[in-house]
Write a protein that binds this ligand. Structure first.
Ligand code: ADE
Ligand code: ZN
Length: 343
């Protein structure tokens, strides 16, 4: 969907200041850049053209996506690559008025290629500094761990990140969910809490609602990435609403990874209507067919999203952000200003 084809609510949202809280930076690596960097480093890829890359992005579940996602990320080798990757995504933020973003960085992904965290952050820092000074972009980085790897490896990475502690606002837990429950990462989360990180984790995407409960109870997370399978557990829904635990929901991702057959089955507006702090996010936009606005556009086209619902989702994105209260107040003020001019 191009911007000209957006419905009226999404057009109204396009100029509105917004936050995106669930974005894997490797998932923003688009086909042209993937091919360019693959060529640069002589990485052999099973694609010869942008069309062939996009044709391969036809997933049956989370694992079938992750296989191509890690293959794609294997082209990232030097600080310049990481600079370009971050710059590309921050340009999307600029165009779509995503004034604050929280970005998942997964350093364990780059270790097999011998790329250390310092190299990754050198590239990211340069792009973030340019976006901050260029147009006042606000950025938080989330140190995200790969749950298909042993907890001991994650702990090693947590320690390797100690010299870069100030770069990250939080830790997260991603990758294959079903066979790697939250219970296996309690030491990691305790150690991260001791270091002062905020805590989030993917839970209830493919995994059962019990994984959401365990992420809250065993890992002490204050936010849940995805969490859509909470709809299967009435008591959990009450708890999430009462505690205003944010869910970073990713509608296009859920359809492309077959969590739902079609968007019309998505329960995002039931969750919102029941008082949960639901937010909208793009997850891996290069793989799932759209950035943040395209996710909103899909909700408008497929589920009839109203202006009131859209505004609630944007307000929730500020409430759910890992920011200080004065920073949230300043985002609210920018939103009020936009609403005064664009009622
Ligand atoms: N890594 C990148 N995207 C992911 C997703 N949707 N779920 C789990 N891990 C991921
Ligand atoms: Zn994700």
């Amino acid at each position: 969907m191009t911007e000209q084809q957006f419905g009226p609510v999404t057009q109204w949202l396009s100029g509105m200041p917004k936050a995106e809280l669930h974005l894997h930076i490797d998932g923003s690596l688009r086909a042209p850049r993937l091919l360019q960097l693959g060529k640069k480093h002589g990485v052999s890829l099973p694609y010869g053209s942008v069309e062939e890359v996009e044709a391969a992005y036809n997933f049956s579940d989370l694992q079938s996506f992750l296989d191509l996602y890690y293959l794609g990320a294997s082209v990232l080798r030097d600080a310049e690559d990481f600079y370009l990757l971050m710059k590309d995504y921050l340009q999307v933020c600029r165009v779509q008025n995503i004034v604050h973003c929280e970005i998942m960085v997964e350093p364990q992904t780059y270790l097999p290629q011998g790329v250390e965290l310092g190299v990754v952050l050198e590239g990211f820092d340069r792009a973030i500094a340019e976006a901050k000074s260029g147009w006042g972009q606000s950025v938080g980085l989330i140190l995200s761990f790969l749950r298909h790897l042993p907890e001991a490896d994650c702990l090693e990475m947590l320690k390797a990140a100690d010299p870069y502690r100030a770069h990250f606002c939080a830790i997260g837990l991603a990758s294959a969910e079903r066979d790697f429950p939250p219970a296996g990462f309690q030491t990691l989360y305790r150690e991260a809490a001791d270091r002062g990180y905020a805590l989030t984790a993917h839970a209830g995407e493919e995994g059962p609602p019990g994984f959401i409960r365990d992420a809250l109870q065993l890992l002490s997370v204050t936010r849940i990435d995805h969490g859509v399978r909470a709809t299967e557990d009435e008591d959990l829904l009450h708890q999430l609403a009462a505690d205003r635990v944010p869910l970073t929901v990713c509608p296009l991702s859920n359809v492309r990874l077959c969590v739902y057959d079609t968007l019309s089955e998505h329960r995002i507006f039931d969750l919102l209507g029941r008082g949960l702090c639901v937010t909208v996010n793009s997850d891996d936009p290069a793989y799932f067919g759209g950035d943040l606005l395209e996710n909103f556009a899909a909700l408008e086209a497929g589920l009839g999203m109203t202006k009131e619902q859209a505004l609630l989702l944007v307000r929730n994105s500020f409430e759910a952000a890992f920011l200080q209260s004065d920073e949230k107040l300043s985002l609210d003020a920018r939103l009020q200003d936009y609403l005064a001019r664009n009622p």
